[in-house]
Design a protein around this ligand. Sequence first.
Ligand code: AMP
Length: 547
Amino acid sequence: MQGAMMHRPLRIIDILRHAAEAHGDEGIVSARVEGDLHRQSYAQTLARAAGLAHALTALGMRTGDRVATLAWNGHRHVEMYYAISGMGAVCHTINPRLSREQLLYIIHHAGDRLLFLDLTFIPLIESLLSNLPEGLRFVILTDRAHMPETTLDALCYEELLSAQPGDFPWPDLPEDTASGLCYTSGTTGNPKGALYSHRSTVLHALQVPICQTSSFRAGRRILPVVPLFHVNAWGLPYTAPLAGMTLVMPGPHLDGASLFRLMDGEDVYSAWGVPTVWAGLLAEIEAQGRIPQGFGDLLVGGSAAPRVMIDAYEARGVNVAQAWGMTEMSPIGTHGVLPPRYEGARAEDLIAAKCCAGRRLFGVEFKIVDDTGRRLPHDGQAVGELYVRGNTVISGYFENPEATHAAIDAEGWFGTGDVASVDAEGRLVIRDRAKDLVKSGGEWISSIDLENAALSHPAIAACAVVAMPHPKWDERPVLVAVAADTARPALEEVQAHMAPHFARWQLPDDLIWVEELPLTATGKISKLTLRERMADYVLPELRGGAA
Ligand code: AMP
């Protein structure tokens, strides 16, 4: 028997319509590329999105057309998120940190018809112009006064909006209509596209705040450092207005001092981003001897949050939560809120619990499997490749049957490429990316575990463990580190520091000091680049023909 309930399609624009009505005091604060601090309410944001939807229609955009954005976190980018999807087109967010070849590949692969870009990115697009698709049109995200000289035949965003009405007949799109397109950062091969729908996006926006309860409360302010140009800024442009929170947007200023100033001045309660960003903020907090005013909640994701970082923030009264997810999952798959029994727990038990990658989000299912595809128990011990399933997970890559075939298993689950254990409470421990594990003598060593232990040495500010080839053991771990100060302790000292947590054979065979570590397009340490740089590296034991 069917239920006798209405069926209204889930639409992204209804999130903003709700916020404009129910959360009139909240809105968006943006540190803009032009240098000012701009404020607008959600009602103003809705009116501007309506104006933009009219402008898109006038420019010939129709349902299913791809409209690209190349922009920092700011109110105009949020307007584009809602206007483009709201009028039925697809918002293709472009990550400016991709290589030139990757940028050209995704713009062509997506079939973009219109590109909105921040002032910052004009030189980049000018330099790619001769290789961009014919007929691609440009809109520069600024007002007439700030329009620069450019070889691009470009429209001015504020001019485009100024002539338009402040309401729009948002169409009743079927809820499975495509709404957004984001390409993975593609560390190997071409980037692959995750094509989100209105339904998956709205469900994700509902799933996250009911689980990640520590971060969301109406009237509070939230800062996405995680970019709108990748992984939908972890869904915050949707969850924040839905929960009645003001978005504080950092624009292009992502260094520790700028973030501190913005958070302090704007009373930001919750801040979300990758560990490398929080290392920068921590240095500023240490320099100033205090945390930004009102700062209470830090959400770390994108890579494993180092234990020393969790420790340092918690010691200053900031509640740290870790979440795990991926582009292909809209992107959040876990939340970092601990079960109530942790209330009043000993600090070390609390920190240990926060070092895991969080617990399963409502609506996302996990399975871990061994090399033969056999399911392993969720007992916190068994380790295997993690597969996921749910309404917010891709069913395949955008126009890429080969990649889809490789990623989706016979039961329809998506293979994450992460190696993990899951316990009976749905708690996830990411042991490694499958390709980053060190395989030594038939046993696996987790590079994440080694990095965590090395980072607790005071002389090490940042580090990465990479596997280097060995004729007998297959691979051996090598520690590449950035010094915190002038001290550069020898390998033996760092090994001795790490020894209590590992068997002797698991410790790194070498320690290489570098000035800085290479980062990926999403701000994570790029082990692929490190491995490429170390192509000619020979382990100490093998040097001088000793092998
Ligand atoms: P992206 O698609 O760029 O968001 O990257 C997704 C990948 O980032 C995942 O498959 C993980 O390998 C990694 N990742 C994300 N969050 C975490 C976390 N909390 N701990 C460890 N790895 C993470």
